[in-house]
Design a protein around this ligand. Structure first.
Ligand code: ADP
Ligand code: MG
Ligand code: ZN
Length: 624
C-alpha cells in the first residue's frame, strides 16, 4: 500500500504550528489549573497525618480519591492551618477519625468543572494535530516543508569542525587503520591513482563487533582527509512511507556528488542491506528491498572522472548482507575492526584517560590486563565509571581502586545492598561461591579467582566469584574447557555436599555449563563419538568471545540423540570432578565459607593464601 503525500502550501504549516503552540499552552494551563485556582495546601507524609489525628490536633478532614485535605485545630498563636496528604488504602481511617471526634466528609467536587470538561473536549484533537505536525516536520528533514518528505537526513560533518576526529583518537585497531590510511590517500590525491588507470575503490565495509570503533574510524578518515562527511544510519532508512528510503538514497548521493571528493558513511548497513534471500519466508520487505536496490544503483553509477565519492559502511553482522553488496565495484573492500588486544586496550585507555585526572598509583597496563574482551566503547565507559566513582568518593583524582571497582561493576553489575538474604540463604550462597572458588583454583583454564562476595550484585547474582584473566587467550584446549565447566558446577556441588539438597540459585551456572558443553561437541568437534564435524549452522561470525548459541544444523534423530548424550556426559563428568575436589577439601571449604559469612567479602592476598591450600583429588585427575 502506498501512501502519497499531497503537497501542501506552506501556509498550512504555519497554521499547524500555531495550533501546536496553542494546544501546548492549553495543556500547560490545564496542568497548573489546580495550582492557580485552588492553591494547593502544603503536602505532608501520610504517617504525619495519622500521627496528628492520633494526637488530637486535627479538626476537620476532606477525603478525596487522590488527596486528603485537613485542617489543624487552632494553636496558641498560629491561625488554623490547612494541610494535604496523599491517601493510602486504609480501611481503619474512618474509625480512627471517629474515635478522635474529627469532623470528616468526602471532598466536594472540583470547582470550575465546566471549564475542565470543555478542555477535555478541546485538547485531545489539538494534541493530535500537534503530534501529526511534529512527525511531518521530522520526516521532512526540518525546515523544507512537507514537499521534501523524501529528502536526505544525512548529517554533514565538514572539515575544520571543532570536534574533528583523527586517527590519533582511535587505537587498538592497527590493521584497520593501515587499510584506511590508503583510503585517505585516495581522497586527498585521486589523480595520482587515476593517472595510471587504477580504479579507486568505491565501497569500504567496516566489519566488527559493536563498540569497537567503526563509526569513530569512519569519522577519522574524513578528519584526516579533510573532506566532507555525509553520515546516515541504516536504521533511519526504514521509515513509515514506502518509497521514502530509496528517494533518500538518491538524494544523499546527489548531494555527495556535488561535494566530491567526499565520504558517504552508512552506519548499520545491515538494516538495509539484509540478504534478499534470507527473508523470503516472510514475503520479503518491499521497502527495504527498494532502498537496497537504489543503493546498488547509486554505487554503480558514480566514480567516473573526478567524482571521488567513497562509501564507507559499518556493520556487525556481515553474514546477513546481501551478496550483491559485496560484489567487486561495490563494497569490495572489507576491513575487520576487531576487539583490541592487550596493548590495544592500554592505548585506548590512554586516549580516554587523557580527559580525567589520574592519581599516581594508576596502572593502565594492569587495567588492560584484566579486561580482555572489552571493546573500545567498554573501555571508554570504564574510564568514565571510574571517574564517577572517584568523584562520589570525594577524591580529587581517580585512583587504581576506582578502576578495580568500575571493572567489577561492569562485569558483575551494581551492588544491591537492599536485597537482604536470611541467615540460611546467606549460608547457602557462601558455600556455593566458595565451591566455585575452590574448584576454579585447581582447574586448568579457569581464570584467577580475585574475589568472593556474598553481597548481592547485578541482575541475578546473590553472591559472586570474580575471576579475572591474567592474559589474553585466543585458543583454549579441551582440558581447559572441561575445567571451566567443572568450575561452573562447583557452586552447586558444594550445596549438594554440605546441605544435601539443591536450590534454585545454580540455574545460571547450569545454563552456561550446558551451553559450553554443547559448543564443545557441536562446534569445536571435541567429542570422540561425533568426530570433528560442525553440527551448528555458523550464522554468527566467530568474533572472539561471541558466546551466543547457534541453531543446530538439520541432523538425523540418531545424531541429535548422540549429541545430547555427549553433552550430558561432559557435564556429568565435570560435576563428578567438582564433587571429588570439594569432598577432598571439605575442611577448607568449611573454613573459607565461615570466614566469608563473617566478612562477606574475601579478596586479594588473603584469598590467594587460602586458595593455595586446595589439594587436587588424586585419582580423579589421573582419569581425566
Ligand atoms: P561502533 O561504531 O564500532 O559500534 P563506536 O565508533 O560508535 O563503535 O564507538 C563508540 C565510542 O567508544 C567511541 O566514540 C569512542 O569513544 C570509544 N571507542 C570505541 N572504539 C575505540 C577505539 N578503537 N579507540 C578509541 N576509542 C574507541
Ligand atoms: Mg557505530
Ligand atoms: Zn554459581
Amino acid at each position: 500500500m502506498a501512501i502519497k503525500q499531497q503537497p501542501k502550501p506552506p501556509r498550512s504549516r504555519v497554521i499547524g504550528n500555531i495550533l501546536l503552540l496553542v494546544s501546548g499552552l492549553f495543556l500547560l494551563v490545564n496542568l497548573f489549573l489546580p495550582g492557580l485556582f485552588g492553591s494547593r495546601p502544603p503536602q505532608v507524609p501520610y504517617s504525619l497525618f495519622i500521627h496528628q489525628v492520633q494526637e488530637g490536633e486535627v479538626s476537620r478532614v476532606y477525603v478525596a480519591q487522590d488527596q486528603i485535605r485537613y485542617q489543624l485545630k487552632p494553636q496558641a498563636e498560629q491561625p488554623e492551618q490547612v494541610l494535604s496528604t496523599t491517601p493510602i488504602f486504609d480501611l481503619e481511617l474512618p474509625k480512627l477519625l471517629e474515635s478522635q471526634g474529627v469532623e470528616f466528609a468526602a471532598a466536594p467536587p472540583p470547582r470550575n468543572s465546566w471549564f475542565t470538561s470543555l478542555l477535555g473536549w478541546v485538547i485531545p484533537p489539538l494534541i493530535f494535530v500537534g503530534v501529526w505536525q511534529f512527525f511531518l516536520n521530522r520526516g521532512s528533514g526540518g525546515g523544507q516543508g512537507v514537499l521534501s518528505i523524501g529528502k536526505s537526513k544525512a548529517k554533514v560533518y565538514v572539515e575544520g569542525e571543532s570536534e574533528k576526529v583523527t586517527f590519533a583518537d582511535v587505537a587498538g585497531v592497527d590493521e584497520a587503520k593501515t587499510e584506511l590510511v590508503e583510503i585517505v590517500d585516495f581522497l586527498k590525491n585521486p589523480k595520482r591513482f587515476t593517472q595510471i588507470g587504477a580504479r579507486i575503490p568505491r565501497g569500504v565495509l567496516l566489519v566488527g563487533p559493536p563498540g569497537t570503533g567503526k563509526t569513530l574510524l569512519a569519522k577519522a578518515v574524513a578528519g584526516e582527509a579533510g573532506v566532507p562527511f555525509f553520515s546516515i544510519s541504516g536504521s533511519e532508512f526504514v521509515e513509515l512511507f514506502v518509497g521514502v528510503g530509496s528517494s533518500r538514497v538518491r538524494d544523499l548521493f546527489e548531494q555527495a556528488k556535488k561535494q566530491a571528493p567526499c565520504i558517504v558513511f552508512i552506519d548499520e548497513l545491515d538494516a538495509i542491506g539484509k540478504s534478499r534471500a534470507s527473508n523470503g519466508f516472510y514475503g520479503g520487505n518491499d521497502e527495504r528491498e527498494q532502498t537496497l536496490n537504489q543503493l546498488l544503483t547509486e554505487m554503480d553509477g558514480f566514480g567516473g572522472g573526478d567524482q571521488t565519492v567513497i562509501v564507507l559502511a559499518a556493520t556487525n553482522r556481515p553474514e546477513t548482507l546481501d551478496p550483491a553488496l559485496l560484489r567487486p565495484g561495490r563494497f569490495d573492500r572489507q576491513v575487520l575492526v576487531d576487539r583490541p588486544d592487550l596493548s590495544g586496550r592500554t592505548e585506548i585507555l590512554d586516549i580516554h584517560a587523557k580527559g580525567v585526572k589520574l592519581g599516581p598509583d594508576v596502572d593502565l597496563k594492569a587495567i588492560a590486563t584484566r579486561t580482555p574482551g572489552f571493546a573500545g566503547a567498554d573501555l571508554a565507559n570504564l574510564v568514565n565509571e571510574a571517574a564517577l566513582l572517584a568523584a562520589r568518593n570525594g577524591r580529587e583524582q581517580v585512583a587504581q581502586e576506582d578502576f578495580a571497582e568500575a571493572i567489577e561493576r561492569i562485569v558483575a553489575g551494581l551492588e544491591k545492598k537492599s536485597r537482604v538474604l536470611n541467615e540460611k540463604e546467606k549460608k547457602i550462597v557462601a558455600y556455593h561461591e566458595v565451591g566455585h572458588a575452590l574448584v576454579g583454583a585447581l582447574m586448568p583454564g579457569s581464570n584467577r579467582v580475585e574475589k568472593i562476595s556474598i553481597i548481592p550484585r547485578g541482575m541475578a547474582a546473590l553472591g559472586y566469584t570474580l575471576q579475572l584473566p591474567t592474559e589474553d587467550r585466543f585458543l583454549l584446549s579441551e582440558t581447559e574447557l572441561r575445567g571451566q565447566i567443572a568450575t561452573m558446577l562447583g557452586g552447586r556441588s558444594a550445596e549438594e555436599i554440605i546441605f544435601n539438597s539443591i536450590t534454585t540459585g545454580a540455574s545460571n551456572d547450569l545454563q552456561r555449563a550446558t551451553d559450553l558443553a554443547e559448543r564443545m561437541v557441536t562446534t569445536y568437534g571435541m567429542s570422540k563419538v561425533l568426530g570433528p564435524l560442525a553440527y551448528q549452522q555458523s550464522q554468527q561470525p566467530m568474533f572472539l568471545g561471541n558466546e551466543a548459541p547457534n541453531p543446530r544444523r538439520l541432523v538425523s534423530p540418531q545424531t541429535a540423540e548422540a549429541i545430547d548424550q555427549e553433552v550430558k556426559g561432559i557435564v556429568e563428568q565435570a560435576h563428578q570432578q567438582a564433587l571429588d575436589i570439594l569432598n577432598h577439601n571439605r575442611e577448607l571449604l568449611e573454613t573459607i565459607a565461615s570466614k566469608l559469612l563473617e566478612t562477606e567479602v574475601i579478596e586479594g592476598e588473603t584469598l590467594h593464601t587460602l586458595l593455595k591450600q586446595v589439594q587436587p583429588a588424586g585419582e580423579q585427575l589421573a582419569s581425566v
